[in-house]
Write a protein that binds this ligand. Structure first.
Ligand code: ATP
Ligand code: MG
Length: 553
């Protein structure tokens, strides 16, 4: 077999060059979430990229909360983010860092800029600052406060810190260039006054640094070598560089942008997910129809499947959506050798074998997973009354229907051939039971070589099948009909959740929350980690068995 050569992405190429030129020695990366929501699949791309690079180069990966904006932050999110990063297997050495622990150093950094004549206190209102900023085509205007002396600026900034001014009445701005073609460089605000209680620093601070000022300082303090972020920060890079240069950090970090991950048919983006949760469209942040990591975990996706998905998706600077089917492909590939294959009937109808002795039970041995010989065998029981899928019987079948219909014979998986002899219906015309006879000669494993049948269906023994709630999911958004309605609202798929009362093979009772199983012909399932109990098991369908995605090659 030829050795597989994994081609490097553009970020790895940059790092290789930096190492070669001796610009860096130990690689340090970070994932900097704002604790204002749950992480989603897009964040997983960033986490796996950053932690993967650190691991590949024998470097260090930091988990650092970007908690400089206390209005939107919540402790609840901190905990869930840590759990998600751990779940993905990203190694942050159990050490959780907080940008808010650097507030003193950020304050000192601002003072340093003032002393260098590179920052000033401005009394313009927010609205005036906006007006003075100019537009993409017109340069901005200098603030009348731009030329305050260093002494006056130092005094005013200290007074801002000490609470001598109202919220919003003054700001500290970097003194760069009001005529810069890049609006981010037109004297950006770097500190504001805001009397807010911070989850980490409490009421210590009345002034808070702005993201564009704080972020490069956080990176520099931690010795981050490559600060990987998404493309919307490309225009902020000159400011990032300005901050680390003016503050004269000896080994300044380097910002590199890559494109965000988007998925078809799902809602990514913290803001949008938050809205779905708040509007009650879904049942919480971990509703299995969402692509928050908590939801994907609950839906039954594994960290391995998410990793292989990110490898297929790749890292680049070009924007585009990945097909949700690719993620489904990855979870199928992961579960194929791992999940036992049981029988489970999602929409049951009774099948009565009229010539099978009443009160008799027999056992069959069947393999747990035909793709994994190590998985061994298990026993299933068989008796006169079984359940089969309502879909596996038709009173008047169309052509090419090879399952049960009056007069037709099928194989019951792992057991006998049965021939349909009749059925019963209720007043509404629903089939309530199907009758058949079995042929004792056709016992599975007996070496029966007689006639062939075209259809094989699954079944469970009515006597020992367990009842379970099974949740069947479809995409939340129906992109085939267009992602948005005419009024700009999202076009929801009304069938995104169907709940059925299933009859499952007895072995299912041994499964624990989070365990995976394939119910043959029906797909891969997971025992719900939130709602399943020993008395009433709840399963989520992770994915069906048929794939619409084929990997390249
Ligand atoms: P959202 O865009 O969903 O509101 P965010 O960017 O505001 O998320 P942060 O907590 O600031 O959320 O993100 C932390 C890191 O995750 C950032 O470095 C950000 O660039 C990265 N990130 C966010 N969304 C994606 C995505 N879809 N693909 C890759 N990386 C992402
Ligand atoms: Mg953000």
């Amino acid at each position: 077999m030829p050795e597989e050569v994994k081609s490097k992405n553009f970020i790895e190429n940059i790092i290789d060059k930096d190492l070669e030129e001796g610009k860096v020695s130990k690689i340090v990366t970070r994932f900097p979430p704002e604790p204002n929501g749950y992480l989603h699949i897009g964040h997983a791309k960033s986490i796996l990229l950053n932690s993967g690079i650190a691991a590949e180069y024998g470097g260090q990966f930091n988990l650092r909360f970007d908690d400089t904006n206390p209005t939107k932050e919540k402790e609840e999110f901190v905990d869930s983010i840590i759990e998600d990063v751990k779940w993905l297997g990203a190694d942050f050495r159990g050490e959780v860092l907080y940008a808010s622990n650097y507030f003193d150093q950020m304050y000192e950094a601002a003072v340093k800029l003032i002393k260098k004549g590179k920052a000033y206190v401005d009394d313009l209102t927010a609205e005036e600052i906006r007006q003075y900023r100019g537009t993409l085509t017109e340069p901005g205007k200098n603030s009348p406060y731009r030329d305050r002396s260093v002494e006056e600026n130092l005094e005013l900034f200290e007074a801002m810190k000490d609470g001598q001014f109202e919220d919003g009445s003054k700001v500290l701005r970097a003194k760069i260039d009001m005529a810069s073609p890049n609006i981010n460089m037109r004297d950006p605000v770097i500190y504001r006054i805001a009397r807010m209680t911070h989850h980490n620093t409490g009421d210590k601070w009345l002034i808070y640094p702005m993201y564009d000022f704080a972020h490069p300082i956080e990176d520099a303090i931690e010795g981050v070598t490559h600060s990987l972020c998404t493309l919307e920060f490309e225009d902020h890079r000159p400011l990032y560089n300005w901050v680390v240069e003016e503050l004269e950090y000896p080994n300044p970090p380097q910002q590199i942008e890559f494109s965000k991950l988007y998925l078809t048919n799902v809602v990514t983006g913290k803001r949008y997910i938050k809205k779905l949760v708040e509007d009650g469209v879904v049942d919480g942040w971990d509703d299995p129809r969402l692509v928050s990591l908590a939801a994907l975990r609950r839906r039954g996706f594994t960290p391995e499947s998410i990793k292989s998905f990110m490898e297929l998706a790749g890292i680049s600077k070009s924007q585009g959506s990945c097909d949700y089917a690719m993620l489904e492909y990855c979870i199928r590939e992961d579960l194929k050798p791992k999940a036992p294959r049981y029988m489970g009937v999602l929409k049951p109808v009774k099948l009565i074998i009229d010539n099978y002795p009443e009160g008799q039970t027999e056992e069959f041995e069947i393999e747990n997973n035909s793709d994994d010989p190590e998985a061994g065998m298990r026993k299933i029981t068989f008796s006169r009354e079984l359940y089969i899928e309502a879909d596996d019987f038709m009173e008047e079948p169309p052509r090419k229907y090879f399952r049960l219909f009056p007069g037709n014979e099928v194989r019951l998986k792992g057991a006998y051939f049965v021939k349909c002899t009749g059925f019963e219906k209720d007043a509404e015309g629903n089939v309530t039971e199907v009758h058949c006879t079995y042929d004792p000669e056709t016992r599975s494993g007996s070496g029966f070589e007689g006639r062939k049948v075209k259809g094989t269906i699954h079944w469970v023994n009515a006597a020992d099948a367990i009842d379970a709630e099974v949740r069947l999911y479809e995409n939340l958004i129906d992109e085939e009909k267009g992602k948005l309605n005419e009024d700009g609202t999202l076009n929801f798929n009304p069938n995104s959740l169907e709940v059925v009362n299933a009859k499952l093979e007895a072995a299912s009772a041994e499964l624990k929350p989070g365990d995976h199983v394939q119910y043959i012909r029906n797909g891969y399932f997971v025992v719900d980690i939130k709602d399943s109990t020993a008395e009433k098991m709840v399963f989520n369908r992770v994915v069906g068995l048929k794939s619409s995605y084929k990997p390249a090659q």
